[in-house]
Write a protein that binds this ligand. Structure first.
Ligand SMILES: NC(=O)c1ccc[n+]([C@@H]2O[C@H](COP(=O)([O-])OP(=O)(O)OC[C@H]3O[C@@H](n4cnc5c(N)ncnc54)[C@H](OP(=O)(O)O)[C@@H]3O)[C@@H](O)[C@H]2O)c1
Length: 297
């Protein structure tokens, strides 16, 4: 029986993780919400990690725009938090899976970022997450796994997919940016992947290091919105392309957020499924009763 601890268990990913791990044979799971463990508290992290074989840190400061005006606070959660957990895992011999982000990259590439590509975050959130990555790799060279993900959507949080579904009922047309591309990733598929990676790590089949846990393929936000519409039986032409300069936000966003998936081979695993197939599987779960139809042209 491997004993797992999930931090940030009240979040969008954390909730799916606790459900998936709870249904995984040979696994027991403790899920701690922020009320049960504040990861910035080193002593509390030490006590929580004791008695576990695998820790998944799904806690994080995820308000990307808010981080611009509260960088120190965001860095405490996203940098010092993982450092506390990594130090505790080192003392207790546990594996740590640390969630990170495509925002550690500049986002000006023209082909998918390999796991070892140079980093260069363009916003405060990305800088804090990068500090967390570095702490984990420094303190846990043999047992630290940095798992970068991106563009998450799921049943248990506010996200782009459910926002589009809500707006579809309120507006005839929507303008959505078409000049940022990425890999929309379902939290449930990510949770299944994390369960597999942790299992492989504990049994020595997966080497420590950086993994990119995003869906395969790529699409713009506009393309994603159109796919959500089409798969829900709505007219995708109601979504109109626009550019990011029409939606200026406090934190700059990378325009190219496509991650390469070569590291999975080292762990004997295939990359995650294509974003469109994953979205088609997710929508009936996210919106029971919604119609499925053909992909957009
Ligand atoms: N969402 C995305 O598109 C995306 C993309 C790339 C990477 N990620 C990463 O994936 C992970 C999970 O993201 P998510 O979308 O599930 O985020 P989420 O829904 O915002 O969940 C994050 C959770 O962390 C908790 N938290 C915040 N500060 C904490 C602290 N000091 N100690 C303990 N818990 C704390 C939050 O609690 P409160 O709600 O009470 O604050 C929340 O429950 C994060 O590491 C995030 O950086 C997410």
């Amino acid at each position: 029986m491997s004993r797992w601890l999930v931090t940030g268990a009240g979040g969008m990913l954390g909730r799916d993780l606790v459900e998936v791990l709870g249904a995984t044979p040979g696994t027991s799971v403790t899920g701690l919400t922020r009320g049960g463990l504040d990861v910035t508290d080193a002593a509390a992290a030490e006590a929580a990690v004791a008695g576990h074989d695998v820790v998944v840190n799904a806690a994080g400061w995820t308000d990307v725009d808010g981080a611009e005006s509260a960088e120190a606070e965001a860095a405490r959660v996203n940098g010092a938090g993982p450092r506390n957990l990594a130090a505790a895992c080192a003392r207790h011999g546990a594996v740590l899976l640390q969630l990170s982000t495509d925002y550690v990259f500049r986002g000006d590439a023209a082909s998918p970022y390999p796991e070892d590509a140079p980093t260069g975050p363009v916003n405060a959130y990305g800088r804090g997450k990068l500090a967390g990555e570095r702490a984990v790799r420094e303190l846990l060279p043999e047992h630290g796994f940095v798992v970068r993900t991106a563009w998450l959507y799921g049943a248990h949080g506010r996200n782009f997919v459910n926002t589009m579904l809500a707006l579809a009922g309120q507006r005839e047309t929507l303008d959505v940016v078409d000049d940022q591309v990425g890999q929309p990733t379902w939290t449930r598929a990510l949770a299944v992947r994390l369960a597999a990676l942790g299992g492989a790590a504990v049994s020595g089949r997966a080497p420590a290091g950086v993994y990119h846990a995003t869906a395969s393929g790529q699409v713009s936000w506009c393309g994603l919105a159109r796919a959500v519409f089409a798969l829900s039986g709505l007219d995708p032409e109601r979504v109109r392309p626009t550019t990011s300069d029409r939606f200026v936000r406090p934190a700059p966003r990378p325009s190219y957020s496509v991650l390469g998936h070569a590291a999975w081979q080292r762990a004997g695993m295939a990359p995650m499924a294509d974003w469109y197939a994953e979205l088609a599987a997710a929508l009936p779960v996210l919106t029971p009763g919604a119609a499925a139809s053909a992909p957009p042209a």
